[in-house]
Design a protein around this ligand. Structure first.
Ligand code: SF4
Length: 378
């Protein structure tokens, strides 16, 4: 049996950043908290607990001086405001893509527009985003949008700003905003589906179309894993969603020649590797002919060369540099002096966390694993 492994399987940069930030905060503080699951993966949550990042579901139980890490999906604004008012230190590991949506809906309302969020109303990310405005409309798909429009003639004249949950299925979002655009008079649409999600969904669909059987690895609470399973089911007759390798049964692969493997954004590489190894029993016999898991993962990174133009997402801003995720192995950053010629300008005036930014590669250091970028040399 041949196993097709999705290169996009596993941690996205938002999840990776949240896990690293939590582990670092746990070490620095000698013990801190996460509010709810930092990411939707119980193995990672348990591992973090061993590293001093304990979980609580009760923000009211945190006291002044405690440190709490905010999960990648974000948190309710009222909870953050309350923690801050009571002197609890918040380390914000909310994914920059989610922060961008929170800002978009807040800004929309400040401009007199009604924010419309397409996503799962009870998902923590959507509830968090909705809390950044007073009167959000949340729809889980085109039918709910139609029901809203049919329910009140006047809704067509309200200025609306439409955003999507980062893990929304693209077709569902497009169908929804097209209905709104056709029927409403004043519409702004922001495609806020995360690129990492989109790439993962497209690749899963492509592999599912070639496979007799498809395995999707991820936590059962993970929305993006659930969406991957739904997408695969449209292309492949046999799909199984598992949390780890020991849930696989040999019967599942009876009569199969090609099996596909993908995983949600919060699935650690170690678990994917385990599942891949279990599925590859026959391939392992002919070891050497297939690419290793590490080789496949490495191929999924972009190669950077001096002088390239690359697009990335701003992931952090410090007083001296702007960190940018360009989908490469190296940690990439722009020094303040490479951002602008104006020595008085602040990075925050030019870019924000979550912005997409085009840059120029000044120097790649493969030995130390970093890349220097420039904005002003473009
Ligand atoms: S899936 Fe996208 S939005 Fe969600 S944490 Fe990962 S990078 Fe951020």
């Amino acid at each position: 049996m041949k196993v097709l492994l999705a290169k996009s399987a596993g941690f996205c940069y938002g999840v990776k950043r949240a896990v690293e930030l939590a582990a670092k905060t746990g070490e620095e503080t000698g013990g801190c908290w996460m509010l709810g699951d930092l990411i939707h993966n119980s193995h990672v949550v348990e591992d973090l607990a061993r590293r001093g990042v304990r979980k609580t579901e009760d923000p009211a139980g945190l006291a002044a001086g405690d440190t709490v890490v905010i999960r990648s999906h974000g948190e309710l604004k009222s909870v953050l405001d309350d923690l801050e008012a009571r002197g609890v230190r918040c380390v914000n590991a909310t994914c920059p893509n989610v922060i961008r949506i929170q800002r978009l809906v807040a800004q929309a309302e400040a401009e007199g527009r009604r924010p419309v969020i397409i996503g799962e109303p009870l998902h923590p990310e959507v509830m968090g985003v909705a809390s950044w405005c007073r009167q959000p409309l949340v729809f889980d798909g085109p039918e709910a949008v139609e029901a809203w429009l049919d329910g009140d003639e006047k809704s067509r004249e309200i200025p609306v700003t439409v955003v999507a949950q980062t893990t929304c299925i693209r077709k569902l979002f497009e169908t929804s905003w097209k209905i709104i655009k056709k029927q409403c008079t004043n519409v702004k649409i922001f495609d806020t589906i995360c690129n990492a999600t989109h790439e993962r969904q497209s690749e899963a669909a492509e592999i599912a179309g070639k496979a007799d059987v498809m395995v999707v690895v991820g936590d059962r609470k993970s929305a993006n894993t659930k969406h991957l399973t739904e997408i695969c089911l449209r292309r492949c007759p046999r799909v199984v969603q598992i949390e780890r390798a020991d849930e696989l049964s040999p019967d599942f692969f009876n009569g199969c020649t090609v099996a596909g493997l993908t995983a949600g954004a919060s699935t650690p590489a170690g678990i994917i590797k385990e599942v891949y190894a279990t599925m590859s029993e026959e391939i392992k016999a002919a070891e050497g002919k297939e690419e290793s898991f590490e080789e496949l993962l490495n191929q999924s990174f972009k190669t950077l060369n001096n002088g390239d133009r690359v697009t990335g997402i701003v992931t952090a801003i410090t007083p001296t540099e702007v960190q940018v995720d360009v989908g490469a192995k190296q940690a990439a950053y722009i020094k303040l002096s490479e951002l602008s010629d104006d020595p008085n300008v602040k990075a925050e005036d030019l870019v924000h966390v979550g912005d997409q930014i085009e840059t120029y590669v000044v120097r790649v250091n493969d030995v130390e694993g970093y890349a220097e970028l420039s904005k002003k040399r473009l």
